[in-house]
Design a protein around this ligand. Structure first.
Ligand SMILES: [Zn+2]
Ligand SMILES: [Zn+2]
Length: 711
């Protein structure tokens, strides 16, 4: 039930990166550094300098796991100062260079070569998913549709001219998000056939139950991909077959969002996949795979491809999701590459066409570079401009302005306090600069426990109950996403960055310390195969509250958590304390607001103690809610009374009508079919008179009428 996010963050990030960085820079640089270049090139690079990148036959620029960090990190981590507009400028310069590039040395050599070298450079731009959950932008709706969906973020993202876009797990956690991005004219439509969802389907039936293995009984195999299953990208020298996979995300897809994630193992056996591999014409394969670069599913896809088409075609996996930089050569012609997170990295990979790998040493034709999302790195070091600002394109500058204005307009840049020091997520809870330590020891006791205690007291007065029980909280370590820096005055977006999920705090009921401590141990148990690299820093769940203060067997605690993953905690509680019938109840508190209120009250820039902001749930608001509940209750009683009276009246009318109906309207003389039943008039005179009278009446009537045909 955990948000599967950073679990491998520390794993591989050092090992793989340093092992593979810089191994494959040789042959391919030849194209770049030895090429004489066009004599009258008009490309935008300063002094006609070649970009400092290891170009190959096919080149790809990668952004992955941007998580709404479109404004960059200039305040928190000044080195990562490039925003999405800068990346767009970088891309436009690079694309222009590649479009205009002619390799004259290739012409000269062509006569002596078995295969002529490429005269142009093909370059593509891809995004590998996870665009929400990082900053305040991903929580902002539009107009009369406020709420947790990226109404202001998507118009920014849509300015990027990606050739292929993959879907990340974070896009699928919320029904509202799915609805917003899949609505007509929305994000999915915008990218059209470039939006690749090889294993994500729209549910086509009415049954909304997600089955455990990820396949729905109503799943229509032929016609239900959320986006496009695959696409051929056309360059001037090459064709690239591109897929877009998401790991086997099952339980955490938003229920009722109409989305089914199919298991990768099954998809790679499907006809459409095998036919694409066998029947399409292409020079190499690019697999956008939203999963770790060495996820076992990467191997599943790789071996399925190799089984179908053999060894001769280069395959490159653009991976992500685990938020680090890494690269690995899986076989001579297969590379897997992951380019960081939160827009700290602009990834670059290059690889050969299959025609170019007939000679030996094919793996040396694969290359890559991790570019820091830093203006100097992108524009000066890589593109060769003497000043970064010279590399900005009109579209890039417009996008930077658009991002800045949007953030201003939404109040995300509003200054709210000053942090006494920086705090980091990936630190042991007891470390002095631990963000979790700060939350456990200061934020929750001072803001949530104290406010909640006051509210409970008021609620008790209203309900005549007596409850001064202490409180505890069990939170997933993935609740926070970013460090809290004191480089600059804190703005709203700094807090949104720490807590971008804005989870609702939920109440499980009351449990003894013994049960809570046992639940904590169970939640933090590890199983064979678990990644234990986080052990020195953080457990899976963090327990907040002073549970050793009272008798563990008798004193009960109110237990809270975040709504996301609450069912998982509840299952364990039910197992440990079957007699307690706790239910998950939402409180008025949300995770981001608790942080925000803490900064407002305790981290004022002049050091004075502030006060809880107006929007924070107050004891008064609880009283108002209680009163309004009471009013609602009275209204409900009155409504029930009125309905009862109306129903009573209606029943009486129906009953009377029924009696009338039975007695008069349905009355018929007994008319049997047998001769014995015929009632004969004994007095024939009476009968005759009646008939004569009837005939008289008929005659009068006909005489009184005028035949219209006589006029
Ligand atoms: Zn991610
Ligand atoms: Zn992800």
């Amino acid at each position: 039930m955990l948000r599967p996010t950073n679990h491998n963050l520390s794993f591989c990030s050092t090992v793989l990166y340093f092992v593979f960085v810089g191994i494959f820079f040789f042959d391919i640089d030849f194209f770049c550094t030895n090429a004489s270049g066009p004599p009258n090139s008009s490309h935008a690079m300063n002094n006609n300098k070649m970009p400092d990148l290891p170009f190959g036959d096919i080149n790809v620029v990668v952004l992955t796991d941007v998580h709404s960090w479109v404004g960059g990190h200039p305040r928190q981590e000044p080195h990562y100062d490039a925003d999405l507009g800068d990346v767009l400028s970088f891309w436009e310069n690079l694309k222009k260079h590649c479009d205009e590039y002619v390799d004259y040395s290739a012409d000269a050599d062509a006569a002596n070569m078995e295969q002529p070298r490429n005269q142009h450079r093909d370059i593509f731009f891809v995004n590998n998913g996870d665009f929400v959950h990082g900053t305040g932008l991903s929580q902002m709706g539009v107009g009369d549709e406020p709420g947790n969906y990226p109404g202001f973020l998507i118009p920014i993202l849509e300015k990027m001219p990606y050739d292929a876009v993959n879907c990340g797990n974070h896009e699928l956690y919320s029904k509202k998000n799915v609805e917003y991005m899949t609505r007509p004219g929305g994000y999915v439509d915008w990218y059209g056939d470039r939006y690749l969802t090889s294993n994500i389907n729209k549910r086509t039936g009415t049954n909304t139950k997600q089955l455990s293995h990820g396949i729905d009984s109503n799943y229509d195999d032929n016609n239900s991909a959320l986006g496009n299953r695959y696409k051929i990208l056309h360059g001037r020298n090459s064709k690239l077959l591109v897929f877009g996979f998401l790991y086997n995300m099952r339980d955490t897809v938003a229920p009722d969002a109409g989305i089914v994630v199919e298991d990768v193992e099954k998809v790679v056996k499907k006809d459409w996949f095998l036919q694409a591999l066998s029947e399409e014409h292409y020079d190499a394969i690019l697999v956008l795979a939203h999963m770790d670069l060495v996820d076992p599913l990467v191997e599943v896809i790789r071996s399925a491809i190799r089984t179908q088409i053999g060894e001769g075609t280069p395959v490159v996996f653009i991976t992500g999701h685990t938020h680090y930089r890494g690269v690995k050569q899986l076989d001579d012609l297969t590379m897997t590459f992951e380019a960081g997170r939160y827009m700290d990295t602009v990834g670059f990979v290059s690889f050969p066409k299959k025609e170019s790998v007939r000679n030996n040493n094919a793996s040396s034709l694969f290359s890559h570079k991790f570019l820091d999302a830093n203006q100097k790195v992108l524009f000066q070091d890589t593109l060769g401009f003497s000043r970064s600002e010279d590399g900005l394109t009109k579209n890039g500058k417009d996008l930077s302005t658009f991002i800045d204005q949007t953030r201003q307009k939404l109040g995300l840049k509003k200054e709210i306090g000053c942090a006494p020091q920086s705090y980091f997520v990936e630190r042991h809870v007891d470390a002095k600069d631990s963000l979790w330590g700060l939350y456990r020891d200061e934020v929750i006791p001072k803001i949530f426990f104290s406010s909640r205690q006051t509210m409970i007291t008021i609620e008790e007065e209203a309900t005549n109950e007596d409850d001064d029980l202490p409180m505890a909280m069990l939170l997933s370590k993935d609740s926070w996403r970013y460090d809290l820096y004191n480089n600059a005055t804190l703005i709203v977006d700094d807090i949104d960055a720490v807590a971008p999920f804005n989870d609702t705090v939920v109440h499980f009921g009351t449990y003894t310390a013994k049960v809570i401590l046992k639940a904590n141990r169970t939640l933090n148990e590890y199983h064979d195969g678990d990644d234990l690299t986080w052990l020195p820093t953080l457990p899976n769940f963090i327990l907040i509250g002073s549970l050793d203060k009272y008798d563990a067997n008798s004193t009960k605690y109110h237990l809270y958590s975040h709504e996301f993953g609450a069912e998982h905690v509840q299952k364990i509680l039910r197992r440990l304390a079957p007699k307690e019938h706790g239910t998950i109840k939402k409180t008025e508190f949300r995770s981001t607001m608790i942080w925000m209120a803490f900064v407002d009250e305790y981290w004022t820039c002049d050091g004075a103690v502030g006060q809880l902001p107006e929007w924070f749930p107050t004891p008064q608001s609880v009283v108002q809610n209680l009163n309004s509940d009471e009013k609602d209750y009275k209204k409900l009683l009155i409504a029930i009374f009125v309905v009862m009276v109306i129903l009573g009246l209606a029943a009486t009318v129906i009953a009377m009508f029924w009696i009338f109906f039975q007695k008069y309207l349905l009355y018929q003389p007994v008319m049997g079919g047998g001769e014995d039943d015929i009632i004969e008039f004994q007095d024939e005179d009476i009968y005759k008179v009646d008939i004569a009278e009837e005939n008289d009446h008929a005659g009068m009537t006909s005489m009184g009428e005028e035949d219209p045909e006589n006029f």
